[in-house]
Design a protein around this ligand. Structure first.
Ligand code: PBG
Length: 340
C-alpha cells in the first residue's frame, strides 16, 4: 500500500487492488458511472433583439450569434422550444435616440422587450420568458441604474427598475431577472408584483454579479460599449470576494427571490458550489459573452476543439452545483444532445 493512496481516501486499500481506471475502460462504463449530466432542461437561451423587421445582424465579437428583429426571433424561439429548451431571455439593442439619463424607454409598454414578450406569448407560448429589468440597454451612459452627479443613485434606480418589472409583468413576462445589483431591489420588485396581482411572476435574482472583464462582447451586442463611462465597480461585486456573494444571497432570499444566479460562470464555479451548498436554492450560472467568445476564438484558430470545450464548460457548471445555465450555446447544445 502506498502512503498517498491511504491518506487520500477514507477507505484503506489494504490489498493494494484499488484501480480507479477500471471504471473508465469503455464508453458504456464511463456513461454508467458519470456523476453529472447535462440535459436540455438545464438550458436558458439569452437572445439579442433589435428594432425593425426582417433584420438579422451578426455580432463581430460573438461569432455565430446574431441580433434578430422580433419577427425573426420568433422563428428561432420556435426552434428552441421544439428542441425542448425551457426558457429564453431577451436582451434588447435599441436605437441610441431612445436612450437617456434614467433609461425611461424601459417604461414604455410598447418597447422592444415588451414587443418580444407579447409576440412570444402569442406564437410560442410553451417557452418561458425571463426578462432583465436593469436599465443599461436604455441609458445613454450604459449604466444599470440612474446616474446622478457621477453616482448610480441606488434608491431612485430601484424605483425605476421596479416600475420596469411591472411593465414587463404586464406584457406577460414569466420571470423578472434584475441584473443591476442595486440594494433592496428584490424586495421592492416582489412587493410591487404582489401589489399588482402578479403573485405568480417569479424572480430570478442576479445575486452574485461580479465586476468582470468577461462582459466585453455583450456591450458590443447591445451597443453600450461606446457609451459606458467609468465602470460598474460601485455596484457589482469585487472578483476577489466570496463571503460577500453569500451575504447577497441571504438578502435576496429574505426579500423573496425564487432563484439565484451567479455571473460570470466559469471563473466563479466556487461561488456556485458555495451558494448551492449554503442555501439549497435553485441556482443558475450565466456563461457570459466573454466566455463564449474565448471558446469561439480559440476554436477558430484551431487551438482547441470548440464543441468539446463547449460541452466540458457546461458540464462543469452542473458539477459545481448549478441547476441550469444561461448560455449562448443553448440551441447548438440542445441539437447535439438530441442527436447524442
Ligand atoms: C447589464 C448586463 C450585463 C450582461 C447582461 N446584462 C453586463 C454589463 O453590461 O455590465 C452581460 C451578459 C454577457 O456578457 O453575456 N445589466
Amino acid at each position: 500500500m502506498n502512503k498517498h493512496q491511504a491518506s487520500s481516501s477514507s477507505v484503506d486499500d489494504i490489498t493494494g487492488h484499488r484501480r480507479l481506471r477500471r471504471n473508465r475502460k469503455a464508453a458504456w462504463s464511463r456513461r454508467m458511472v458519470q456523476e453529472n449530466q447535462l440535459s436540455v432542461d438545464d438550458l436558458i437561451w439569452p437572445v439579442f433583439i433589435i428594432e425593425g423587421e426582417n433584420r438579422c445582424e451578426e455580432i463581430a465579437a460573438m461569432p455565430g450569434i446574431s441580433r434578430y428583429s422580433v419577427d425573426l426571433v420568433l422563428k428561432e424561439a420556435e426552434k428552441a422550444a421544439k428542441l425542448g429548451i425551457p426558457a429564453i431571455a431577451p436582451f434588447p439593442n435599441v436605437s441610441l435616440s431612445k436612450r437617456d439619463q434614467t433609461g425611461s424607454e424601459i417604461l414604455n409598454p410598447d418597447n422592444l422587450i415588451c414587443q418580444f414578450i407579447r409576440a412570444i406569448k402569442k406564437e410560442v407560448p410553451e417557452i418561458g420568458i425571463i426578462t432583465d429589468a436593469a436599465l443599461d440597454p436604455f441609458t445613454d451612459h450604459g449604466h444599470d441604474g440612474v446616474l446622478r452627479d457621477g453616482i448610480i443613485a441606488n434608491d431612485e434606480s430601484v424605483e425605476q427598475i421596479t416600475r420596469a418589472a411591472l411593465v414587463q409583468a404586464e406584457a406577460g413576462s414569466d420571470v423578472i431577472a434584475p441584473s443591476d445589483m442595486m440594494d433592496g431591489r428584490i424586495g421592492a420588485i416582489r412587493e410591487a408584483l404582489d401589489g399588482a396581482g402578479f403573485h405568480d411572476v417569479s424572480i430570478m435574482s442576479y445575486t452574485a454579479k461580479y465586476a468582470s472583464a468577461f462582459y466585453g462582447p455583450y456591450r458590443e451586442a447591445i451597443n453600450t460599449g461606446g457609451l459606458l463611462k467609468g465602470d460598474k465597480r460601485t455596484y457589482y461585486i469585487d472578483p476577489g470576494n466570496s463571503d460577500e456573494a453569500m451575504r447577497e444571497a441571504e438578502s435576496d432570499i429574505a426579500e423573496g427571490a425564487d432563484m439565484l444566479m451567479i455571473k460570470p460562470g466559469m471563473p466563479y464555479l466556487d461561488i456556485i458550489r458555495r451558494m448551492k451548498d449554503e442555501f439549497s436554492m435553485p441556482t443558475f450560472a450565466y456563461q457570459v459573452s466573454g466566455e463564449y467568445a474565448m471558446i469561439e476564438a480559440a476554436s477558430a484558430n484551431g487551438w482547441l476543439d470548440g464543441e468539446r470545450a463547449m460541452m466540458e464548460s457546461l458540464l462543469a457548471f452542473k458539477r459545481a452545483g448549478a441547476d441550469g445555465i444561461l448560455t449562448y450555446y443553448a440551441p447548438k447544445v440542445a441539437e447535439m444532445l438530441k442527436n447524442d
